[in-house]
Design a binder for this molecule. Structure first.
Ligand code: GDP
Ligand code: MG
Length: 300
């Protein structure tokens, strides 16, 4: 066991390239939420992979995108701060030869760090093999990568090869977490992310990024395998509140039912979920309110 490896890997990449899907595939459990809308992942979620060779601690950074408001600035700071602390940067892109402005912006940030960068070319299940080879060639030209690994996060293709490659670049080190730990994210935060994920999936485009979810209480019933959870969805406008609740409460009911299924699987118990909706205007631009809803810059 003296050559046990361990260390920290920052996952970066534009929104929607499959960062959360890859993390979930690697640890085999649903923790980082996924959706086809941009900027789903807001907080830096730490997930842990352990086998007999070593332990990899993944930091899922919010997508690097230019800041539009205080929340955007927070997300950017989060991503940049992570890059200087880690052993490996894992940059995820899609299998395409088109290298756009977003990729070039990220590449410029990466050239300035001394940390080895492993490029992961994801979604290889969605294109012919020929396209994957072309993408590898195109990316080789824009940066000096330690390794380039093609994978399908969705199907799990080549993800074990990715793990071996990451282990190669990690230093020898201790087990930071117990072997059965998969995240240090508190249960409450996971629960609120599950509710936000369903809101993202079910609601119209302009609302989801204006919402936050607060867990008001979470209590296990004595002796029973049942947890009571009260949660509030915070939105920016009265009109949004109406849409979230839906006609005769149908939308809110659907969000709650779907989220509850995820919670029951994760907590391995029955869940009684009560959902409320509150309006707080402009919460995204208020520092105090960001702190109240769990986005704190002092934890960066
Ligand atoms: P993130 O914003 O980078 O965290 O991206 P997500 O993990 O939320 O994924 C965005 C979308 O891409 C989702 O609809 C995923 O199902 C899809 N996706 C992720 N990985 C793959 C993959 O390997 N193949 C295919 N075909 N789709 C993928
Ligand atoms: Mg994500």
């Amino acid at each position: 066991m003296s050559d046990f490896k361990s260390g920290f890997v920052a996952i970066i990449g534009r929104p929607n390239v499959g960062k959360s899907t890859l993390m979930n595939q690697i640890i085999g459990q649903k923790i980082a939420i996924t959706s086809n809308k941009a900027q789903t992942t807001r907080n830096r979620i730490q997930t842990v992979y352990t086998d007999s060779d070593g332990q990899i601690i993944f930091l899922d950074t919010p997508g690097i995108v230019k800041a539009k408001n205080k929340l955007g600035e927070y997300m950017l700071k989060c991503a940049e701060g992570t890059l200087s602390e880690v052993d490996i940067i894992m940059w995820i892109v899609e299998a395409s030869t088109f290298i756009g402005k977003g990729e070039r912006y990220i590449s410029e940030q990466l050239i300035r760090t001394n940390t080895p960068v492993i490029l992961v070319i994801n979604k290889i299940d969605a294109v012919p093999a020929e396209e994957v080879f072309k993408a590898i060639d195109a990316y080789k030209d824009i940066n000096d990568f330690a390794e380039i690994v093609p994978v399908s996060a969705l199907k799990g293709d080549n993800t074990d090869e990715l793990i071996r490659t990451l282990m190669d670049y990690l230093p020898e080190g201790p087990m930071y977490y117990d072997a059965d730990t998969v995240t240090d994210q508190p249960e409450r935060q996971i629960v609120s992310e599950l509710i936000r994920e369903q809101a993202l999936r079910l609601l119209d485009k302009e609302i989801p990024h204006g919402i936050a979810v607060v867990i008001d209480s979470m209590k296990e019933r004595p002796g029973g395998r049942l947890v009571d959870i009260d949660a509030t969805i915070i939105c920016e406008r009265d009109s949004h509140k109406g849409i979230i609740i839906g006609r005769q409460g149908q939308m809110l009911k659907k969000i709650g039912t779907n989220a509850r299924v995820g919670m029951e699987r994760l907590l391995d118990t029955r869940v009684n979920l009560k959902l409320w909706v509150k309006v707080k205007k402009d919460w995204r631009d208020s520092d105090t309110q960001l702190k109240n809803y769990g986005y704190r810059s002092d934890t960066l």
